[in-house]
Design a protein around this ligand. Structure first.
Ligand code: FE2
Length: 245
């Protein structure tokens, strides 16, 4: 079973469409999204509609949670809070209901899918976990494959017989070893923070154990122009398109 795992689309329709085009060639059996469909980007309504229309299973991100929770809104920094309120005004009631209906995690076939940190945190960042925290998590959870988003960075943590290794992930393929445990941070489709304008996602094949990291080019300058035209912070435009003036 080939599973495409997307995260942090953040209202970036051009990046999402580029990833969907890439997936047409790869023909996954299913597509999952790890939350933050909205926020920062100029097309939240179109992104939510596209995800809903394609019946992509999605978990709750902290930006969706902030739409309906004062507490979750308070977790965002000032700029992101203002942006969340502006984003909310662009969403239909149907899209707001869709965002409110998202589960905190999806778990099946030895894998757990969550926005922030397993088993179901939408806020905690994976890099906040020390080795002892990771050891505790691995001992208490039955899965061996954990897919997360939230940091917008490609990262990998491997755990084998108590040894923990942390590495960056790059485009390309790697083979996951069956009896090892992996935390895979899948990067961001629509708001990468790595200075590389490509939309990132991963394709996981649970039969042969391969993990493919994909980076897809898209017209980020168009999205950047739309961000500014919406009156959203220019910093968000520069983040996805470093050459944007
Ligand atoms: Fe995010």
């Amino acid at each position: 079973m080939k599973t495409a795992i997307l995260s942090d689309i953040h209202g970036n329709l051009e990046a999402l469409e580029a990833v969907l085009s890439d997936l047409e060639k790869l023909q996954p059996d299913r597509i999952l999204c790890l939350g933050d469909l909205i926020g920062y980007g100029p097309d939240p309504e179109a992104v939510v509609n596209r995800v809903a229309e394609l019946e992509i299973r999605c978990v709750l991100g902290n930006h969706e949670a902030a739409l309906s929770s004062e507490k979750a809104l308070g977790w965002l920094n000032f700029l992101a809070r203002e942006n969340n309120l502006a984003t909310k005004s662009l969403l239909s009631d149907r899209s707001l209901d869709f965002c409110a209906s998202l589960p905190r995690s999806i778990r099946f076939e030895n894998a757990c899918f969550v926005h922030g940190c397993p088993p179901d945190s939408i806020l905690k960042y994976l890099y906040m976990l020390g080795d002892a925290d990771i050891t505790d998590l691995v001992e208490t959870l039955p899965e061996k494959r954990f897919f997360v988003g939230h940091t917008h960075e490609l990262r990998l943590i491997t755990i084998s017989r108590g040894d923990i290794a942390r590495t960056k992930l790059a485009e390309g393929s790697l083979e996951l070893i069956e009896d090892m445990t992996y935390f895979i941070n899948v990067g961001s489709v629509g708001h990468p923070r790595d200075g590389n304008g490509k939309a990132k996602y991963v394709l996981w094949d649970n039969r042969d154990g391969t993990l493919q990291v994909r980076g897809v080019s898209y017209p980020a300058h168009l999205t950047a122009e739309k961000i500014v035209a919406r009156g959203f912070p220019k910093a968000y435009a520069i983040c996805i398109c470093p050459s944007f003036k």
